[in-house]
Each structure stands twice: as structure tokens, then as C-alpha cells.
Design a protein around this ligand. Structure first.
Ligand SMILES: C[S@@+](CC[C@H](N)C(=O)[O-])C[C@H]1O[C@@H](n2cnc3c(N)ncnc32)[C@H](O)[C@@H]1O
Length: 225
């Protein structure tokens, strides 16, 4: 069981995704818990202000340290949480990090918006994570991506067998970058007409239809790069 707390100013964004398919089932079965917190609930003025202009000038608005501090304190009232600030300045997320996070009991993800976080927020988090070398409008998608990648690794969320041979599979020590072998399903022959009206046929590799498990295993190993 793992608990995620997400701090955001757009809490409605998450509902549909987290209630769908594997994540939805995992929540229903009590394997994961996801709590979404509206940062505005931790403000202390009547306008629920979460941002302000940057000292020293510059474009955009900065998320205030106070509401974030209060949100973290409230979340950690009963037990400590591993606190992650989502920022393009952070260390890049990958499968290894997903695996490490999946061992935590509780993770708090802080999704930013606007120009930046007040730099003092850095003092209250355990690490900063970026999901890639590009800038998004907010930290909500990064939070969803991290929750998704981590939840798949929680026991019983996905069949153990499915995780074993996956791309970036952690059981696969020979190569950090191994990509899953190509997979096919019916039909055995796919026929299509191209833009010029010429017919084409694409066949499933014969070996996969042979029933020879030893040869199939060899083929899969050879074709996983
Ligand atoms: C528009 S961005 C701010 C970008 C900031 N001005 C900079 O140059 O680093 C607003 C928020 O989106 C989130 N965000 C954007 N890109 C991200 C990324 N690649 N990884 C993680 N979070 C990201 C962060 O929470 C960030 O505070």
C-alpha cells in the first residue's frame, strides 16, 4: 500500500485519470491511495491567494511559500511523507527512480503553476523531480506521470509476469536501456492499400506462430534491444 498526496491549485484535473482502468482498480482494491489537496485550502487571506509578484521584478507570478508549508504540515500531521517538488529544474525522472519511489510508504507531489515557486519551498522538500527537459504549464501532468509509473510497480497492481520483460524492466540487469521485444496479435496477415492504390501485406513473424517455445524465447531475446 502506498499513499500519494498531490498539492495543486487545479484539483479537478485528476479525477478521471485516477479513476480509470488499472489505477482505478488499484484504488478500489486498496492497493494505492491518492489524495488531491487544493493549495487554496491552505491560504490565510479571504481571497485565498496562492501567488504574488516576484521580488526584484520579472515576469509572471510566484507561488507563495506559506500555503505550501501549511499544506505539507497538514499532510504530515500523522506520518512523514517523502516530499517531491515538481520542477523542470529537478533531476530527470526514469524507471530507476520510479522503482525507488515505489518502496516509499507515502509520497507528496507538489505541482507548481505560473512562473516559479518561492525558492524557500526548496527547504521543505526531499527532492526535486523533472519529468523531462521541457517546460509544461503546470506540475499536474508530471504528478500523474509519476503516480502512474510508480503504481504499476506496487505488488498486485499489475501481474508480476507483465512487468518482468517490459521495456526498462528492472529484472533485466544486462542493459539499462533494453526495450521490449515487438508483439503481434490477430490478424496473421494485415492487408492495406497505400495512397497510390497499391496493395501491401504485413505478416506476423512465422516463428511466433510455430508453437516452438524455445525458438520463440530465442527470437524474443534477439529482438529486444
Ligand atoms: C511554467 S512552469 C515554470 C517553469 C519555470 N519558469 C522554469 O523556467 O523552470 C510551471 C510549473 O510546471 C511544472 N513543470 C513544468 N515543466 C515541468 C517538468 N518538465 N517537470 C516537472 N514539472 C514541470 C512545475 O511544477 C513548474 O513550477
Amino acid at each position: 500500500m502506498i499513499t500519494f498526496d498531490i498539492v495543486t491549485i487545479f484539483p479537478k484535473i485528476f479525477k478521471e485519470y485516477f479513476n480509470t482502468s488499472i489505477l482505478g482498480r488499484a484504488r478500489e482494491n486498496g492497493l494505492i491511495e491518492i489524495k488531491v489537496h487544493d493549495l487554496r485550502d491552505f491560504t490565510e487571506d479571504k481571497h485565498n491567494t496562492v501567488d504574488d509578484r516576484p521580488f526584484g521584478g520579472g515576469p509572471g507570478m510566484v507561488l507563495k511559500v506559506g500555503p505550501i508549508f501549511k499544506a505539507l504540515k497538514t499532510i504530515e500531521k500523522k506520518e512523514e511523507s517523502h516530499k517531491v517538488l515538481l520542477t523542470p529544474k529537478g533531476k530527470q525522472f526514469n524507471q530507476k527512480k520510479a522503482n525507488k519511489l515505489s518502496k516509499k510508504k507515502r509520497i507528496t507531489l507538489i505541482a507548481g503553476r505560473y512562473e516559479a515557486f518561492d525558492a524557500r519551498v526548496n527547504q521543505f522538500v526531499n527532492e526535486k523531480i523533472s519529468i523531462g527537459p521541457y517546460v509544461l504549464t503546470g506540475g499536474e501532468l508530471p504528478a500523474m506521470i509519476i503516480v502512474d509509473a510508480v503504481c504499476r510497480l506496487i505488488p498486485n497492481v499489475i501481474e508480476k509476469e507483465s512487468l518482468k520483460e517490459e521495456t526498462y524492466s528492472l529484472n533485466n540487469k544486462e542493459s539499462k536501456k533494453k526495450i521490449e521485444y515487438p508483439q503481434y496479435t490477430r490478424p496473421e496477415v494485415f492487408k492495406y492499400k497505400d495512397a497510390k492504390g497499391n496493395m501491401h501485406e504485413m505478416k506476423v513473424p512465422k516463428i511466433l506462430l510455430s508453437g516452438n517455445h524455445k525458438k520463440i524465447k530465442e527470437w524474443k531475446e534477439k529482438n529486444a534491444h
